[in-house]
Design a protein around this ligand. Sequence first.
Ligand SMILES: Cc1cc2nc3c(=O)[nH]c(=O)nc-3n(C[C@H](O)[C@H](O)[C@H](O)COP(=O)(O)O)c2cc1C
Length: 300
Amino acid sequence: MKQVNFILRLLIVLMAVLILNSIISAQQKIKILIVYYSLTGTTEQMAIGVKEGVERDSNATATLKKVDEVTSKILNAVDGIVLGSPTYWGNISNPMKKFLDDIGFLGDKVGGAFATGAMKTGGKEHVVVSLLLALLMKGAIIVGPVYDFGAFQSGAFGASAMTGPPDNGVSELELEDARKLGERVATIAGQMKSGTAVNVKTHSRQLPKGFNLQQNFPNPFNPETKINYELPNRSRVLLKVFNELGEEVRTLVDKEQFAGKYQVQWDGRDNNYKHVATGVYFYQLSMEGAAQTKKMLLLR
Ligand SMILES: Cc1cc2nc3c(=O)[nH]c(=O)nc-3n(C[C@H](O)[C@H](O)[C@H](O)COP(=O)(O)O)c2cc1C
């Protein structure tokens, strides 16, 4: 009987520890809030894309809120905020403007923005820039596309979708940009919170000693993988992906780069942004006087 009692107590203690642990780890997760206004649903679709992107980061959680649902309590509890608005007359929609007028200081939260608009040149970028500037003026650290890290395919400053004719609605490419935005905001918010955001001074003093191409990760992969490499000195750099027949599939880097550590993401698309098939691919990094090749496996 005594033994049964002891085991029961042990179990209760164990369960309490487990529950406590999960509460603590949930609290430590990076929280990203996505705030949007949407009348006919396209901006909402992009907002859902951003949420999916945030959730690609296993350390982050995302909450979707319509612009009139946000309270200061919700706002205070998050590490990052992503704003989305349709374009109305080349400008931010009024409900989002009101929201921006009402919110206070966002000190050190990470911010990003996205927009929709019916026309190709109808002001979407203007909306994204205005949203980002509003976030910046409220103390946020704003992030956008990072060219060596998988640039957005539409939109120069944030994700954006052209929702009018001829294609009507949000395309997969535009949704993927929304996901990339979410992922990027979550990554930077995580780095800010843990204090691992790159310190430019220390970083630049620790220059790599050799030319080094690392194994991609994840590998095998689907749909994206990351490739790290190090350059010991400034050089013209080429990073290309080839198929098994030795045909070039994608140029990931083609430019002059300083000595340092770099990370490039490959989204499994060729130079025409078409998805490539399952298979073995080679990636080759070359700089003046040196080249290295490694193998990776894409499994669709
Ligand atoms: C009053 C009004 C003004 C608009 N002005 C523009 C505009 O200046 N430029 C543009 O590209 N689209 C404009 N649009 C189209 C919307 O931005 C577009 O349909 C958007 O995707 C709608 O987002 P929602 O589906 O989230 O409501 C306008 C729409 C309305 C209703």
